[in-house]
Design a protein around this ligand. Structure first.
Ligand code: HEM
Length: 270
C-alpha cells in the first residue's frame, strides 16, 4: 500500500514538473508565433530587424534564455518518458488498472506526438537558426534601409522563409503544426489538472480554453507556410513569392552569391 502511495506521489510530482516546464514551453510558442506574424507587415523590414535584434542580444540573455528553454524541454521530455514507462509497467497488474489504462491512451498518443515535436524542433533549428538544412539559406542577405540597422547587411530571414516554405517544407510544416496542436491540446488541459486548477466546475471551460489556445498557436504558425504556398500556386499574392523565387532562380543560374533580393517592387528597400 505504502509502495503504491509512494509511486502515485512520485507520478504526481512528475506531472507537476511537466506542467511547469510545459507552461514555459507553451508561453514561448505564443511569443514566437506572434513574432513570426511580422512576416505579414508588408515586406522584409519588420521580420529581418526583429530576427537580427534577437540574434544580437547580449550573450548572457540569449544563452540564458536558450539554456532555460532547453532545460525545460529536456526535463519535460524526461518526465514524460518516465511516466510512459511507469504506465507500461503498471499494465500487467490486472483489471484494476484497466480503467487507468483507458485514460493512458492519451499519454501513449502524447509520447508519439511529442516525438514528432522533437523531430520538428531539431529540423527547424537546423533550418532557420543554423541555416544548414539547405546550404543556399546562408546566401540570403539584406541591407537595412531604415531603423537601428540602417546600412547594415543582415541575414534575409524574409527571403529565407519564402524560399524555404515554397517547397516540401511548406507542406511538412503544416503537418507538423497539426501534431503540435494535438500535443498541446492534451498537454495544456492536463497542465491545469496537474497544478490543481481543474475541478468539476471548471473542467469544460479549461478544456475549451486549452483547445482554443492550441488552435490559435497552430493556426498562427501555419499561416506563414500556407501564405507562401497559396501565393506560389494561385493568383492570390499574400506574400511576394513569385517575385522572390524568380530572383532566386536568376541568381542560381548566374551563380550569384550571396543573394540580395531586390524588394523595390514592394515600395521598400530604397
Ligand atoms: C511556421 C512556423 C515557424 C516559423 C516561420 C519559425 C521561424 C523561426 C525562425 C526564423 C527562427 C530563427 C530565429 C533567428 O535565429 O533569427 C526560429 C527559431 C526557433 N524556433 Fe521557430 N518558427 C516556427 C515554428 C516554431 C515552432 C512550432 C517551434 C516549437 C515547437 C519553434 C521553435 C523555435 C526554436 C526553439 C528556435 C530557436 C530559438 C533560438 O535560436 O534560441 N518554431 N523560428
Amino acid at each position: 500500500m505504502g509502495k503504491i502511495n509512494k509511486s502515485i506521489l512520485s507520478s504526481l510530482m512528475k506531472k507537476f514538473v511537466m506542467a511547469i516546464t510545459g507552461f514555459v514551453l507553451a508561453a514561448f510558442l505564443l511569443v514566437h508565433m506572434l513574432g513570426n506574424l511580422q512576416t505579414f507587415e508588408g515586406g522584409p523590414h519588420a521580420i529581418n530587424a526583429y530576427a537580427n535584434f534577437l540574434q544580437t542580444l547580449p550573450w548572457e540573455f540569449l544563452w540564458g534564455f536558450r539554456v532555460v528553454l532547453l532545460a525545460c524541454f529536456v526535463v519535460h521530455f524526461l518526465m514524460a518518458f518516465l511516466l510512459w514507462l511507469e504506465n507500461r509497467s503498471s499494465r500487467p497488474l490486472g483489471y484494476n488498472v484497466t480503467k487507468y489504462n483507458a485514460s493512458s491512451w492519451a499519454s501513449r498518443y502524447m509520447i508519439y506526438t511529442g516525438i514528432l515535436v522533437i523531430a520538428f524542433i531539431i529540423l527547424h533549428i537546423m533550418q532557420y537558426t543554423m541555416l544548414n538544412l539547405d546550404p543556399y539559406y546562408k546566401q540570403f542577405k539584406w541591407v537595412a534601409t531604415s531603423g537601428m540597422y540602417e546600412g547594415k547587411t543582415l541575414h534575409d530571414v524574409y527571403g529565407t522563409l519564402i524560399y524555404g516554405f515554397s517547397g516540401m517544407w511548406g507542406w511538412l510544416y503544416i503537418c507538423f503544426m497539426i501534431a503540435i496542436a494535438l500535443h498541446l491540446s492534451h498537454g495544456v488541459s492536463s497542465m491545469f489538472q496537474s497544478v490543481g486548477f481543474r475541478n468539476e466546475k471548471w473542467r469544460y471551460r479549461l478544456n475549451a480554453a486549452a483547445v482554443a489556445y492550441c488552435v490559435i498557436i497552430a493556426a498562427g504558425f501555419s499561416v506563414t507556410p500556407a501564405a507562401v504556398l497559396i501565393s506560389k500556386y494561385t493568383s492570390c499574392q499574400i506574400l511576394p513569392v513569385k517575385e522572390v523565387l524568380a530572383q532566386v532562380e536568376k541568381a542560381k543560374q548566374g551563380d550569384v552569391k550571396p543573394v540580395f533580393i531586390n524588394y523595390d517592387f514592394l515600395g521598400e528597400g530604397k
